[in-house]
Write a protein that binds this ligand. Structure first.
Ligand SMILES: *Cc1c(COP(=O)(O)O)cnc(C)c1O
Length: 458
């Protein structure tokens, strides 16, 4: 008999989670004004709101926390983090920051100027926010296949080189501070970028004299997909692949809450000493002195260990196979989602799961609420609420896809939990003909409304 797959770790400490009754959940979600962000975590059984900072640290990481050095300047923990970044990513210069968007803030304060253009593959929302805040523009050059949920493509995060070259030809290089490669492409569904595509983008950047930034949050998951799916990489270790990827990067920004498996932290990496020096001033202003930048010593130590563990094949295989396991179950049940399953999440195709809810009544949000009512599972809407209103017309902007993201925290839930999620989703899908109405907005903020919006059931 073939030996089945199992996790590459065992459990040393557990945290209780509470099941609830449907009546309780009906009461709680109503009080939360039908906004999943307003629920207390105790009211959630399986929390798939995000995989950011919600993972479980290992015994080695907790051990490293105990020997953290809290010196203001030149802490040992800083040097441990520095060594890890040199060893794993190959950068000489870096600045710690409190999270990923802070890394963007520090780097972009040096590089991004009003009126500039930043091409890339589906810029993450904070990345886009930091570009637009400086009155510059993000241009999405992701391949078209990324926007067709049923289309199977091994590297749906790839940059369309024709689209990219068009941008590089249209604008002078002084107007393009860098190209950003998001690894994996979160917005497109945790979809990876191939090494071939990374190389081609880097070559094009070089030809046009433009720098290349890696938005690195899920770089290790990206390396795993290269190993598994791309020709010529099967025999390379994840660390070898990561090293090869980063040869092509001039800068890297990182949300360590993702693939460095810590609860808080981030960093910026630089090849260029001059840009590092300029960014250091912003780091001191916004984050903290350059040897801690918004992180405590113990957190830098945990991060250094997390980067090492996060780039081990066994860990990544366990993680990504868990997401794929949930995908397989949903596939068996005929529930439509973005395919293939991404590295960190399943994106349910809400329009197909709930075909009778009108788009004016927030389809993906309706699905999110139904799934919560069904089994206490909390996902997050990636649809019309998130897309917000047009700043000029104040009309709702309806995105190409209405998605409910089920993000899987690292090393946190078992496959039994995946079974619960899949069954709950199936039950909602099976009664789709009875779900014909959604919600209307009672109150909303002028920007980023999805965090605080208040809704009423129709
Ligand atoms: C999470 C994330 C960020 C921002 O990081 P925070 O730590 O949440 O500030 C940037 N880019 C990508 C691709 C991300 O997933």
């Amino acid at each position: 008999m073939e030996i089945p797959f199992a996790e590459s770790y065992k459990i040393k400490m557990v945290e209780s989670i509470r099941k609830s009754t449907r009546e309780e959940r009906e009461h709680w979600i109503k009080n939360a004004k039908y906004n999943l962000f307003n629920l207390r975590s105790d009211q959630v059984y399986i929390d798939l709101l995000t995989d950011s900072g919600t993972g479980a640290m290992s015994d080695k990481q907790w051990g490293a926390m105990m020997v953290g050095d809290e010196s203001y300047a030149g802490a040992r923990s800083y040097y441990n983090m520095k060594n890890a970044l040199k060893e794993i990513l190959g950068f000489d210069y870096f600045l710690p920051t409190h999270q990923g968007r802070a890394a963007e803030n520090v780097l972009f304060s040096v590089l991004v100027k009003e009126g500039q253009i930043v091409p890339g593959n589906s810029h993450f929302d904070t990345t886009k926010g930091h570009i637009e805040f400086r009155k510059a523009h993000a241009i999405d050059c992701t391949i078209d296949e990324a926007f067709d949920p049923e289309h199977i493509h091994p590297f749906k995060g790839n940059v369309d080189l024709t689209k990219l070259e068009k941008v590089l030809k249209e604008y002078p290089k002084e107007q393009i501070p860098f190209i950003v490669l998001t690894l994996t492409n979160n917005t497109a569904g945790g979809q990876p970028v191939s090494m071939e595509n990374i190389k081609a983008v880097a070559q094009m950047a070089k030809n046009y004299g433009i720098k290349l930034l890696f938005d690195s949050a899920r770089f290790a998951e990206n390396a795993y997909f290269i190993k598994i799916r791309e020709k010529g990489y099967a025999d390379k270790t994840i660390k070898e692949i990561v090293k090869e990827m980063y040869q092509y990067a001039d800068y890297a920004t990182m949300s360590s809450k993702k693939d460095a498996i810590v609860n808080m932290g981030g960093f910026v990496c630089f090849r260029d000493e001059e840009v590092f020096k300029q960014a250091s001033t912003y780091n001191i202003m916004f984050e903290g002195f350059i040897t801690y930048g918004g992180m405590s010593g113990r957190d830098m130590d945990a991060l250094a260990v997390g980067l090492d563990e996060g780039t081990e094949f066994d860990y990544l295989e366990t993680r990504i196979k868990q997401v794929a396991y949930l995908g397989q179950k949903l596939e068996e049940y005929g529930v439509p989602f973005q395919k293939p399953a991404g590295g960190h999440a399943i994106f349910l195709d809400a329009t197909k799961v709930l075909p009778h809810v009108p788009k004016e009544e927030y389809i993906a949000q309706t699905l999110g609420i139904e799934l919560y009512l069904e089994a206490g599972v909390r996902g997050v809407e990636i649809g019309t609420l998130l897309a917000d209103r047009d700043p000029d017309t104040h009309e709702n902007r309806y995105p190409k896809l209405e998605l409910l993201r089920l993000a899987i925290p690292r090393r946190t839930y078992t496959n039994n939990h995946m079974d619960v999620i899949a069954a709950a989703t199936k039950n909602v899908f099976d009664r789709r003909d009875q779900i014909t109405r959604g919600y209307k907005i009672l109150k909303e903020a002028p920007i980023l409304r999805h965090f605080t919006v208040e809704l009423e059931k129709l």
